[in-house]
Write a protein that binds this ligand. Structure first.
Ligand code: C5P
Length: 211
């Protein structure tokens, strides 16, 4: 039995009290991974942005809204877990300035200056203790495998799940599961439940057996 931490869903970065930047992540992949991990007998914690999916009742769910909040909660929880699966799509940019009052329309274009948010997976993966593992997701529109491998190395992940834009807000997914040396472990097409089961099998075989 392993203790598995999953990030799931989108995050939001506010421009003013009512408007925010986000992305189209549904949280379905995170929910399917949680179900697969529980079925395999593991303990599951989920740090999730705002979603409409139902997470399994046996999972401990920690709701967050912004990328900073997701990072803070994940950093607190990771030391008591064996591994992290980064299935969330955190918002990568936030406005440089956040207005405390609702921005009024002026009839002119609105210029936004955006700065990068912290990378949750990369920050946590850099602080891995021996035996801990981190699995990332890479959603790319071009050169999917190559970019996923580059991302895996840059973010110090031990395994990467490469998928395309058709995964967003969909019930199905087509993924390639990549090992740390860049080799393809599995190519899976099917429901997010099928894909999640195969990801769990790969984690058990390649990452849990190491410790
Ligand atoms: O968005 P990107 O393709 O870089 O995401 C790759 C991986 O990094 C995913 O596992 C995602 O959950 C994670 N990520 C993150 N924090 C971010 C951006 C991405 O944890 N700010």
């Amino acid at each position: 039995m392993a203790r598995i931490l999953i990030t799931s869903g989108p995050t939001r970065q506010y421009l003013d009290p009512v408007r925010y930047l986000t992305n189209a992540s549904s949280g379905r992949m995170g929910a399917a991974l949680a179900e697969a991990a529980l079925r395999a007998g593991h303990q599951v914690s989920i740090v999730s942005g705002p979603v409409h999916v139902d997470y399994p009742q046996q999972a401990e769910v920690y709701p967050v809204e912004t990328t900073d909040q997701m990072l803070e909660v994940v950093q607190k929880l990771f030391p008591s877990h064996d591994g992290l699966i980064g299935a969330a799509a955190p918002c990568d940019y936030m406005p440089h300035r956040v207005s405390s009052a609702k921005l009024a329309k002026s009839g002119r274009p609105l210029q936004l200056e955006l700065i990068e948010t912290p990378d949750v997976v990369a920050t946590v993966a850099q602080a891995k203790k021996s035996g801990q593992w981190v699995v990332g997701f890479a959603l790319e529109t071009e050169d999917q495998r190559f970019r996923a491998i580059v991302k895996m190395q840059k973010k110090c992940c031990d395994m990467m799940v490469s998928n395309g834009p058709s995964a967003i807000d969909s019930a199905d997914n087509e993924v390639e599961i990549l090992a740390a040396d860049g080799q393809t472990i599995a190519h899976v097409t099917g429901s997010k439940q099928d894909v999640a089961s195969e990801i769990m099998n790969s984690i058990e075989k390649h990452l849990m057996s190491r410790s």
